[in-house]
Design a binder for this molecule. Structure first.
Ligand code: BGC
Length: 339
């Protein structure tokens, strides 16, 4: 076992060195190849599987397009992200792709980039600054609508636990707004009783677990539906349900089409997830970065908080259409169902 761990740690260390040299091949300021476009990418986390895929997609697309992409990942920590972004700016990146940990706090980073003449692409999560050049994401209010419509169709009356994502993430507010379009009218009419309505700090599954555990205790386990904003928080919630023998007993939403979430849909403990093809988003971001570096303007289809935006379409996944994930190559049949 110990031997195995040492081998694994060795491989991990090697792969980290490899990816670091690959990513920072050009060194401070200098592109890896003369005349190459240099782009900075700052991601907020790798905790949720989707962010791993965003990173991998962008690295692959940058390689394909022959641009020098410098990648920094913060561990859901704004101070860390701020110093990483400042470092990217010092390296002389020509465009910054920034997925903020904190929508408000990241505005000062956008100001710093603007002062250096570096255009900023707000990636997946909106940074609340008019200096953002373009916002690339999914239709996040629509994500919430799909979740709200789904759960109220299944449970038009009863006791609801309503969770929302991290208050620092603008997406969390959009998801909730969308979902409440369906839930609130039924709460107003008295059909739905919201027994707990809480934000999940930092999107942490363990915080969702605590919220659900407390709500179950306070209501003698009389809960009929849970709005969980993503698969991570759904996972925490389902752990709390399992501890009471309630997993699979009533509908619970999710988002991200994470492998663990999709497997729970197959086993019947989670009711749905939202598929956002982050491969499309990552590819669009690299293309947008190239366009901005060349002084062009990025094609958009929307305006969010005054920022020109490209919003991609989210899709509901239930046990009935998991093949959509398999056919698009997002997850494989053997990953989902085993061999
Ligand atoms: C993303 C979700 C993700 C969540 C937690 C949101 O901003 O849109 O896909 O699950 O952050 O990382």
């Amino acid at each position: 076992m110990k031997k195995l761990f040492v081998v694994f740690a060795g491989i991990l260390a090697l792969s980290m060195i490899f990816s670091a040299t690959q990513v920072f091949a050009g060194g401070q300021g200098e592109p890896a190849v003369e005349g190459q476009i240099v782009v900075g990418l700052s991601l907020p986390t790798q905790r949720e599987e989707r962010w791993v895929r965003d990173r991998e997609t962008m690295i692959a697309e940058a390689e394909r397009q022959g641009i020098d992409l410098r990648v920094a990942v913060a561990d859901a920590d704004m101070a860390q992200q701020a110093s990483q972004v400042e470092n990217l700016l010092v390296q002389g990146v020509q465009v910054l792709i920034l997925a903020p940990h904190d929508a408000h706090a990241a505005t000062s980073l956008v100001e710093e980039a603007a002062a250096d003449g570096v255009p900023v692409i707000s990636y997946d999560r909106l940074i609340l600054s008019d200096l953002v050049d373009v916002y690339l994401s999914f239709d996040n209010e629509r994500v919430g609508e799909l979740q709200g419509e789904f759960i109220t169709n299944l449970v038009p009356a009863g006791n609801y636990i309503v969770m929302s994502g991290a208050p620092t993430d603008n997406n969390a507010a959009l998801f909730k707004r969308g979902a409440m379009k369906y839930i609130q009218p039924l709460a107003d009419s008295g059909d739905i009783n919201i027994v707990s309505e809480r934000a999940v700090d930092n999107w942490l599954p363990e915080n969702a677990l605590n919220i659900v555990e407390n709500a179950l205790t306070a209501n003698n386990n009389q809960v009929d539906a849970i709005l969980a904003p993503n698969d991570g928080t759904a996972g925490g919630a389902i752990q709390a349900l399992a501890a009471q023998g309630l997993a699979g007993g009533f509908p619970i939403t999710g988002q991200d089409a994470e492998l663990a979430g999709v497997r729970r849909i197959v086993e019947g403990t989670q009711s749905m997830t939202i598929f956002k093809d982050t491969r499309e988003l990552g590819t669009a971001a690299i293309q947008a970065a190239i366009t901005l570096a060349q002084g062009g303007s990025v094609e958009t289809n929307n305006v969010v908080e005054g920022v020109p935006s490209l919003l991609l379409t989210p899709h509901v996944i239930t046990a009935d259409n998991i093949d959509l994930l398999i056919d698009s190559g997002y997850l494989s049949r053997s990953q989902i169902y085993g061999d």
